[in-house]
Design a protein around this ligand. Structure first.
Ligand code: LCS
Length: 398
């Protein structure tokens, strides 16, 4: 791609494309585990880092490089690394940043498996994790110590959509110690809506399973940061510690999905706003958690840092017991009862019993994840049809 700074849509289509020897418009699927060397000397030079070129797909593959370059450009980072899952992105990053004796300050509201990794698994290796409510950045300041190596959060949080001020948290962490790595999980937004590096984060992680791919047919992830960190991550966290490498076929599907990222996110945001407004006025709904609603706590910070819309994710608090909620959701006709998010289909799930079942009852309560909370990933259907389906179900609760 030429040096000129293109717009988002042009980048999502063109960055990372290299002229293929047979003139293929689309980057082929380099479905190969290894790469042939011209000579022993060439192989040795590649291993020594003296010559660029592919060696083995765990260390790099042209199909994967293409989407890494795209996502780095879209997030405004120097470099990116593709992974086999969002959890592969998160775990490879944390393994690279942390050692025994270090501390992490983490948001108390996180995707269930990220919470499990930080609350249990990683602590078995001598890392201490302090969970705080980052809705108030002062809580981060209070938790920082001279052992803090990482500050970790999602914004908006999964599943309560709590908004965290990236600029405020990154500034106070870096003022305390510039070496602290501020890591933001940007999965709920995609790079179209929010770019955490711009607000002072050091590292962005994504589950590309969600909006980045957008078609519900891939499990994948990305890490975006400066070139030095990504090189270190590729050579330690990914190569040696997790091996969570993105497959060439998944990279091909992601490149295809990314071509329409901006259009999809615009539609997700527009549809979600209509659904949120409907839910806001429905008598069975106690509260709507959607950053686009002017009366939602965190709306102003969201309006600052979610620069191109409020996305397609929301949750609702229903005035009903767990059994009543289940009975109502079982009646859905169009919306799909499923975990995951960011697909063309509207997906609905019950966090307390599904995505966040890794939390204890007390931890769920502390994070505001109640039995009546229902999460909705608003899809790309006609919003009137989604609203009709929700209305039929919610009317049974009034
Ligand atoms: N980060 C966030 C914010 C997520 O929501 C998820 C998955 C991950 C990371 C992990 O990504 P994966 O390894 O699955 O690609 N979230 C899911 C959810 O809310 N429902 O099902 C999966």
């Amino acid at each position: 791609m030429a040096k000129k700074e293109y717009g988002f849509a042009t980048k999502q289509i063109h960055v990372g494309k290299h002229k293929e020897s047979n003139g293929a418009l689309t980057t082929p699927i380099y479905q190969t585990s290894t790469f042939e060397f011209d000579s022993v000397e060439q192989g040795a030079a590649r291993f020594a880092g003296q010559e660029n070129g592919y060696i083995y797909t765990r260390l790099g593959n042209p199909s994967v490089t293409q989407v890494e370059e795209k996502v780095a450009a879209l997030e405004g980072g120097e470099a990116a690394m593709g992974t086999a899952a969002g959890m592969g992105a998160i775990s490879s990053t944390l393994w690279t940043c942390l050692k025994a004796g270090d501390e992490v300050v983490a948001s108390d509201t996180l995707y269930g498996c990220t919470f499990a990794l930080l609350n249990t698994d990683i602590q078995e290796f001598g890392v201490k994790v302090n969970f705080v409510d980052m809705g108030d950045p002062e809580n981060v300041r209070k938790a920082l110590t001279d052992k803090t190596a990482v500050v970790y959060f999602e914004t908006p949080c999964n599943p309560t959509l709590k908004v965290i001020d990236i600029e405020a948290v990154a500034k106070l962490a870096h003022d305390f110690n510039p070496a602290i790595k501020v890591i933001v999980d940007n999965t709920f937004n995609s790079p179209y809506i929010q770019n955490p590096l711009k607000w002072g984060a050091d590292i962005v992680v994504h589950s590309a399973t969600k909006y980045i791919n957008g078609h519900g047919d891939v499990i994948a992830g990305f890490v975006i940061s400066d070139a030095e960190f990504i090189q270190n991550l590729k050579m330690t966290g990914l190569k040696n510690m997790t091996g969570a490498v993105m497959s060439p076929f998944d990279a091909f599907l992601i490149a295809r999905g990314l071509k329409t990222l901006d259009i999809r996110m615009q539609r997700h945001s527009a549809n979600a706003m209509k659904v949120a407004e409907f839910l806001h006025d429905h008598p069975a709904v106690e509260k709507v958690y959607y950053p686009g609603l002017p009366d939602f706590e965190g709306h102003e910070i969201a309006a600052k840092q979610m620069e191109r819309g409020f996305g397609g994710m929301m949750s609702i608090e229903l005035k009903a017991s767990r059994e009543e909620v289940a009975a109502a959701l079982n009646k859905l006709q169009l919306c799909t009862l499923a975990v995951s998010l960011g697909d063309a289909e509207t997906l609905i799930e019950h966090p307390a019993s599904m995505t966040h079942s890794t939390y204890t009852k007390e931890e769920l309560e502390a994070s505001g994840i109640s039995e009546g909370l229902v999460r909705i990933s608003v899809g790309l259907e006609d919003p009137e049809d989604v609203i009709d389906d929700l209305k039929t179900v919610l009317d049974t609760l009034v």
